[in-house]
Design a protein around this ligand. Structure first.
Ligand code: SF4
Ligand code: SF4
Length: 76
């Protein structure tokens, strides 16, 4: 399995903490924080498959070009 040229990120303003996206990520890249009751995505673990974005009813997840994301650029 190769990583895609994209990396996912979560908008803290839009996320309601429902965790639907977490259940869809096969790579364990999405973490839930009980402190702020929202999720975040580890860019170094994300494969850029986009499944999480499709599962989010709040449109809180965006995909950005891997080369522009700190920590993920050059990670294939
Ligand atoms: S599915 Fe969307 S709203 Fe729900 S936890 Fe994930 S990013 Fe947040
Ligand atoms: S894009 Fe794919 S690998 Fe990255 S966080 Fe979303 S579901 Fe996980």
């Amino acid at each position: 399995m190769f990583r895609a040229e994209w990396v996912a990120a979560v908008s803290m303003d839009a996320c309601n903490g429902c965790r639907l996206c977490m259940r869809q990520c096969q790579y364990g890249a999405i973490r839930y924080s009980s402190n702020n009751k929202k999720v975040s995505i580890d860019p170094t673990a994300c494969y850029g498959c986009g499944v999480c974005r499709a599962s989010c009813n709040k449109n809180a997840i965006t995909l950005s070009p891997r080369e522009l994301v700190t920590g993920a650029a050059g990670v294939w």
